[in-house]
Design a protein around this ligand. Structure first.
Ligand code: PLP
Length: 431
């Protein structure tokens, strides 16, 4: 009998005992192609010798040293490397243990920034309805996923939601893509004015929406207009790249494609590639300076921030990505996989849209391609897809985003960056 409180109580899960390359192996010897990297985590696949070596070497040297007493080499080296590659203005890194913690830290940084600047009335967060920023109370408050939020609503801090940038659903007939992007971004300005510009501290958004919509990239120009609006009203722009960052979309940071620099960008998942739990909030010089010239500290902290073994793993992931030119492979294989999915499913009557960027691909399921009507939520189609895929030795990440107040279904593919054409073909074939 299990003594773990599993996500699905009473469900029976296979016991994973091994991982090799793109596959996970269960106790009965069954192999599953990990076509979603768990939840867009396992960017180098499983059992990578370089990462294992980096972890064991660091653990042998020194597993842990509390950041209240020491800094450590892998954390310093990782921070320097990420800052060097980050969008302009980013100057420092704050390491945590995952995506929710990264967003909690980012929200607290935003709040403290305005307190230090003498604008303590700025406390409101604006985010988007199709978004997920984590499950801790602050991150959950920011997210727009209704079914995750509903029962915890009395505990959540004040957040206001605007519509997403989701062309397949909300671009009007006859409306150009950039025109739609502007219209969607301008919702932010309307909301800021409605709330009172000097009460808003931050706008938080995923550049490519993951779990709540299924790999939906913002259209060209959307994030640029968002940046302009934030600058105009003195609101901080926080980009959540927990899922879409660290190379998943073919550039190290997804916002590089949009040519936009945030004030804070959060990363996790692919940062440690699943080998260690690690996330980070990367912040800009102006936020750092407000703390440095103000109170002199960031009023936050967890026991495991800047964990040396986790940082050593993340550093090794970065080095392998660079050495093996994996960002190029993400772009090439992403293109190939999308093309094969279009060939195989492009005319399928229940597939409404195939989209994404790099190896971050969403397939939206609809009951009617013309009207884009989702399937009845009671069917729990995404759960059925997951079950059937597992039965065929394939892991896909099924999602149920909210579409106009009801649940829709999509399949998210986020395979490791090391895949080749043969594996991509096998994923399509099993799907
Ligand atoms: N932000 C985004 C965009 C995510 O997709 C997730 C997790 O799926 C999170 C934040 C939360 O990360 P974690 O589950 O590591 O706390």
């Amino acid at each position: 009998m299990t003594r773990i409180l599993h996500r699905q109580i009473g469900g029976k899960l296979p016991i994973a005992v091994g991982g090799q390359g793109v596959e996970i192996i269960d106790q009965d010897g069954r192999r599953y192609i990990d076509a979603c990297g768990g939840a867009a985590v396992s960017c180098l696949g499983h059992g990578h010798p370089d990462i294992i070596a980096a972890i064991s070497s660091q653990a042998a040297k020194m597993a842990y040293a509390h950041t209240g007493f020491f800094t450590n080499e892998p954390a310093e080296e990782l921070a320097a490397l990420l800052v060097e590659k980050a969008p302009s203005g980013i100057s420092h890194a704050y390491f945590v243990s995952g995506g929710s913690e990264a967003n909690e830290a980012a929200l607290k940084m935003a709040r403290q920034y305005f307190v230090e600047k003498g604008e303590p009335q700025r406390s409101k967060i604006i985010a988007r309805r199709q978004s997920y920023h984590g499950n801790t109370l602050g991150a959950l408050a920011a997210g727009g996923n209704e079914w995750r939020r509903a029962q915890f609503a009395p505990l959540l801090v004040e957040t206001h939601h605007i519509g997403p940038c989701y062309a397949y659903r909300y671009q009007k007939p006859g409306e150009g893509e950039e025109e739609y992007g502007l219209r969607a971004a301008n919702e932010l300005e309307t909301k800021i004015l409605e709330l009172g510009a000097d009460s808003v501290m931050a706008f938080l958004a995923e550049p490519v929406v993951g779990a709540t919509a299924g790999a939906v990239p913002a259209v060209k120009g959307y994030l640029k207009r968002v940046r302009e609006i934030c600058d105009q009203y003195g609101v901080l722009l926080i980009l959540d790249e927990v899922m879409c960052g660290m190379g998943r979309t073919g550039t190290l940071f997804a916002c590089e494609e949009d040519d936009v620099a945030p004030d804070i960008v959060t990363i996790a998942k692919g940062l440690g590639g699943g080998y260690q739990p690690i996330g980070a909030a990367l912040l800009s010089q102006k936020i750092h300076d407000a703390f440095a010239h103000g109170s002199g500290f960031f009023q936050h902290g967890h026991t495991y921030i800047g964990h040396p073994t986790a940082c050593a793993a993340a550093l090794a992931v970065q080095k392998v990505m660079e050495r093996d030119n994996l960002l190029q492979n993400v772009r090439d294989m992403g293109e190939y996989l999308r093309q094969k999915l279009h060939e195989r499913f492009g005319q399928n009557p229940v597939i409404g849209d195939i989209r994404g960027r790099g190896l971050f691909i969403g397939i939206e399921l609809v009951s009617d391609r013309e009207t884009k009507e989702p399937f009845a939520p009671a069917l729990k189609l995404h759960a059925a897809v997951k079950r059937e895929a597992m039965a065929r030795g394939l892991m896909v990440y099924p999602g149920g985003g909210t579409i106009d107040g009801r649940r829709g279904d999509h399949i998210l593919l986020a395979p490791p960056f090391i895949i080749n054409r043969e594996i991509a073909d096998e994923i399509v074939s099993r799907l």
